[in-house]
Design a protein around this ligand. Structure first.
Ligand SMILES: *[C@@H]1O[C@H](CO)[C@@H](O)[C@H](O)[C@H]1NC(C)=O
Ligand SMILES: *[C@@H]1O[C@H](CO)[C@@H](O)[C@H](O)[C@H]1NC(C)=O
Length: 445
């Protein structure tokens, strides 16, 4: 146990050093909303919430009396009951994205809620409260804080405990993700970051924990993976290709989940929850799968056309996600003239079994109404969140009045061949003297 906690302490120092390195040891004063159910009303779905301004002064070591009074002029618009002097040994609140830049109107989002410790009922965390847990320790003021960094990437959830009646909570459990918004293409390896820290001086330290990853999309959820560290056991799930690095989990509290190969069905919200006996914290992150389309245009090559004819060309965009796609056509003539040809007739979306979408558009080029000169490149353009894709085919219009050099040369060649033929024929006629043609002519005469 002592060996274990030494290792753990080293880890904490490393964790804190990592964080403090970024922030340069200065912890921000954090403005938060203190949100709770309005007292006097029963719980339940429609319980009214009250929201009060609140302030947290954060130190990595316990606040001294002087630091409390001298260094912090108390904000006038905040009730003294909502001012907290927080001890955060790991410095989780001290990270840069949680600092409000000087003079900036934008502030990091932060919310404090009352928290009630209670035994967990999920199977992979039930074992944590099998044995009686220090109930006196649980009789205190518990608060949970969730905050989101200004960079949009950092999310944090801390559970804090203050002795009853005190305004000086300490962080007991901290959970952080640096990937609140992740975007991935199909087939890529995706890491959803989640790391946690437990105060080693807390009785909740070293008595086991559980990690749970859930997936949520449009109200539907499923368990992706769950690990019960107390029994060293994974819960049974149907999810393939989702992994947790147990070594990193025990050594540094790294509960990050890796999805080996991103697929459309992975798109959605993920919740990383860490359970301690009677206490839990969770962070939420979004994974967006964004895959641009592949385009193909056909027929390719296009048939030769003459002015006045119509030609139809189709462009198929496939394998993309999400749904929103803008298809259009452009034309660049051999003479350099460019023209927008509109979007053509766009079909509905079709979804493949892997969840990717395809859609196509057909363009009718009516050369009786459209002057495209001698032709050029017809380009299908697909604008998608994953990027813009273009592909083109060459349109050749033959027999147009202004001949090109190639056309003129062809005409000269044809003329030469015709001339040669006539020469040969006339030579044949004159040298043989009589021909059928001659005979017929003579008869008619
Ligand atoms: C946590 O683990 C994941 C994968 O197991 C790794 O990619 C990531 O770099 C680790 N994070 C830290 C901070 O060590
Ligand atoms: C047509 O496609 C080729 C390569 O696929 C490209 O080099 C060319 O610039 C494109 N032409 C136009 C007009 O977009």
């Amino acid at each position: 146990m002592s060996e274990f906690s030494t290792i753990y302490k080293i880890c904490i120092i490393a964790f804190a050093a990592l964080i403090l390195h970024v922030s340069g040891n200065r912890c921000p004063d954090m403005e938060c909303w203190f949100v709770q159910e309005k007292p006097g009303r029963g719980g339940g779905f429609s319980a009214a919430m009250s929201q009060e301004k609140s302030m947290m002064f954060i130190r990595t070591e316990p606040h001294s009396e002087e630091s409390k009074t001298q260094q912090h002029p108390l904000p006038a618009d905040i009730s003294p009951a909502r001012i907290y002097y927080v001890t955060d040994p790991a410095g989780s609140f001290c990270q840069l994205p949680l600092h409000r830049p000087k003079g900036s109107v934008k502030k990091p989002q932060c919310e404090i809620n009352p928290f009630s410790p209670q035994p967990s009922i999920v199977p992979w965390a039930r074992a944590l409260t099998d044995t009686a847990q220090s109930p006196i320790y649980l009789q205190a003021e518990w608060l949970s804080v969730s905050a989101q960094g200004l960079d949009g990437k950092l999310v944090l959830s801390n559970v804090m405990r203050a002795p009853s009646g005190s305004q000086e909570p300490s962080v007991i459990l901290s959970i952080i993700s640096k990937t609140a918004g992740v975007r991935s293409r199909l087939g890529e390896r995706v890491m959803l970051d989640c790391g946690f820290w437990v105060d080693p001086s807390s009785p909740l330290f070293g008595v086991g924990f559980s990690v749970e990853w859930r997936y949520q999309f449009r109200g539907e959820g499923r368990l992706v993976l769950a690990y019960d560290a107390k029994n060293d056991r994974f819960a049974d799930t149907t999810e393939m290709g989702a992994e947790l690095d147990l070594d990193a989990l025990y050594k540094t509290g790294n509960a990050s989940m890796v999805l080996e190969e991103a697929q459309v069905r992975h798109s959605g919200t993920y919740i990383c929850t860490v359970y301690l006996p009677n206490v839990l914290a969770q962070v939420t992150m979004d994974l967006d799968i964004v895959e641009p389309p592949s385009l193909s245009v056909f027929p390719n090559p296009l048939p030769l056309v003459v002015p006045g004819q119509s030609v139809s060309v189709q462009c198929e965009a496939s394998g993309f996600f999400p749904l929103t796609l803008d298809l259009s056509w452009e034309f660049v003539g051999f003479d350099g003239k460019s023209l927008s040809l509109g979007q053509g007739s766009v079909t509905g979306h079709r979804q493949a079994s892997d969840g990717t979408i395809s859609q196509s558009t057909q363009l009718e080029l009516n050369l009786a109404r459209l002057d495209l000169g001698r032709g050029g490149e017809v380009t299908c353009v697909a604008v998608h969140a994953g990027g813009t894709r273009r592909t083109n085919v060459t349109l050749n219009i033959i027999g147009v009045s202004a001949p090109s050099i190639e056309d003129s040369m062809a005409m000269v060649a044809v003329a030469l061949v015709l001339y040669g033929l006539i020469k040969i024929i006339s030579w044949t006629f004159t040298s043989s003297g009589t021909t059928d043609l001659d005979r017929n002519e003579k008869k008619e005469n």
